[in-house]
Design a protein around this ligand. Structure first.
Ligand code: ADP
Ligand code: MG
Length: 231
């Protein structure tokens, strides 16, 4: 079953008088258990693609469906609910709230949904990402790798169908990045969550079940083995 469907998605931005076409007609279908890597140069629309896939922004044209729900047919409140329940986000700069502890950051998506099983879910996820011993720490007291582990716990705590990660190892050294990537691919595989990950990391593209490339707002299938020039 397809957890993410994007059809003919177009997105423009206006910068002063300039019209920037971030996405020029993107089609994408992602099934449960898939691990899709999206590569492409800076400014090619990668972050825009993830924002639209997760309902953080709306397209100018085209359709986005998450777990069978057409985001354009939903009210603002319903779209927020889909974001909370069906989608998890992991960002390059973690986006943890600095005044909340690790456990409180992880609790946030559940709190917004008034879930009753919060304590159990937090414990399970912190254990899963190896952060139980940091539950009461503030983000500022953590290393980069620990912050990203906490962010992964937060992204998965509501058991989303779809995980969207925007350069999740982009701000980590390569050893830390590799361990975060291991964790991410393990939890995604275990939970059956679909993962769409923007990355420059070669290890990440090797782990992917599919690699796609964004160029000039268009998405192509990209199979590195076929693109390597003969020499
Ligand atoms: P990437 O993540 O691949 O670097 P983005 O999706 O961030 O690319 O951006 C794609 C294009 O859209 C870029 O030209 C960028 O400057 C432009 N863009 C993205 N977000 C905005 C915005 N909020 N306002 C104006 N232009 C934007
Ligand atoms: Mg980006």
């Amino acid at each position: 079953m397809s957890l993410l469907e994007m059809h003919g998605v177009v997105k423009h931005f206006h910068r002063g008088k300039e019209d920037v076409i971030a996405l020029a007609g993107v089609d994408l279908s992602v099934a449960a258990g898939e691990l899709v890597a999206v590569i492409g140069p800076s400014g090619s629309g990668k972050s825009t693609l993830l924002h639209l896939a997760g309902g953080l922004d709306v397209p100018d044209e085209g359709k986005v469906q998450v777990n069978g729900r057409d985001l354009a047919q939903l009210s603002v409140g319903e779209r927020a609910e889909v974001r909370r329940r069906e989608v998890g986000f992991v960002f390059q700069f973690f986006h943890l709230l600095p005044t909340l502890s690790v456990a409180e950051n992880v609790e946030l998506p559940l709190l917004l949904d008034r879930r009753k099983d919060r304590r159990q879910r937090i414990a399970t996820l912190l254990e899963r990402v190896g952060m139980s011993h940091r539950a009461d720490h503030l983000p500022g007291e953590l290393s980069g790798g620990e912050m990203q582990r906490a962010a992964i716990a937060r992204a998965l705590v509501a058991d989303p169908a779809l995980l969207l990660a925007d350069e999740p190892t982009g701000n980590l050294d390569s050893a830390t990045g590799a361990s975060v990537l291991n964790l991410l691919t393990e939890v995604v595989t275990e939970s059956g969550t679909a993962l769409v990950m923007v990355t420059h990391d070669e290890v990440a593209t090797q782990r992917a079940t599919r690699v796609l490339r964004l160029r000039d707002g268009r998405l192509d299938d990209f199979t590195p083995a076929l693109e390597t020039p003969a020499h």
